[in-house]
Design a protein around this ligand. Sequence first.
Ligand code: PLP
Length: 434
Amino acid sequence: MTIEPGEATGMRPAAGLGDPSRALWHPFTDMTSTSPPVEMVRGEGVWLWDAEGNRYLDGSSSLWFANVGHGRTEIADAIREQLSRLETFHIFGDFTNPPAEQLAGRLASLAPMADAKVFLTSGGGDSIEAAVKLARLFHAVRGEPSRQYVISRSGGYHGTHGIGTSILGMPFREGFGELVHATSRVEWDSAEALEGEITRLGSERVAAFVFEPVIGSGGVLVPPEGYLEQVIATCRRHGVLAIADAVICGFGRLGSWFGVERWGLEPDLIAFAKGVSSGYLPMGGVIASAAVAEPFFERPGQMFAHGATYSGHATCCAAALANLDILARDDLVHRAARIERDFHDRLSTLRSHALVDTVRGGIGLMAAVVLDGEALEERPSLARDFWLASRRRGLLTRSLGDGAAVAPPLIVDDADMETIVGCLGAALDDVDPG
Ligand code: PLP
């Protein structure tokens, strides 16, 4: 499989990433790089085209968000319709707007918690910020202000805002000075470690535990059997709020609305983003259980003094509603659960390649092709080389420390899956020194 030429636009910038002629500063990127950026100009379904006309299969749903695929005119129409009526008006105080009302109502009815309330944001990091502040405030207004500690997991990623950076289980915390106090991390796969940490800190000092049902950016780490049920029970026992970070796992990625249903979990708070709008416009939020919302909805004068200008942005909400319509109408939300075995089995055929150690995943449409440990040690650039080789072969993945993550749009079909496995196999051959 090679890159197929599409319609060339000739718009691709020739300058390297860090060229003085360019002003754009890329996130998480070494801006001294001299290689020119890949400029994406068009998308349709699982496919993307760059400015040179090269076609790629979007094997990572961009940054894990393009759940319904690219180029959906229904969503574009909903956006246009809302923009021409009223772009937005804020929802602070007693103002509201119809799309924000509808979106909150819809998400509350889909949530695994009864009588849930929905606080809207603009993305995943925003949602984590809101969820953790709300958890701390919840305890404070109920007379336990000492409950401030937030425990998260090694390998976890929760965005790059102040709190998200502070609770990160990955190495991107250095150099930013003092971060948010009263946070700690436990081993990602040990329920005993959580119990031990709560005991060590004293449960009267612990506000919340934050977890991704399946850890995404940290490497597609599926929890051991029974782990999630056990940590939720531990949280309940100690009065600690369980915050599910469903930013990647929600909206069909794991084959259910919020991912957590796969284990029958009812967290106290769910942070969501990405697939709620499939990236057509920025959107995110927090779903709170009735018990967490109670002090704020029953006690006059007690408010959540938090929120950003674009909370409940009418056009972003309209885009999310149109996206939810597609997920429900085409039953995309449950599709990953139906095809996860096939997806995983096909990727697992790559294990016969000498450079592949294993394939992580198995739940929903998210997996990691993990490279051989010795080969990685011998050649530290191997994972990145593999990712680049896949891209040259026309497949976009996410580079991980030990391999590549694959999480295609939920519309992926048989032929697409064959293409994904074919490109990965060819890319492995490309980087195989043997
Ligand atoms: N939480 C998880 C699990 C994520 O994967 C991400 C982003 O990848 C975030 C939070 C942060 O979301 P955002 O980049 O929209 O702030």
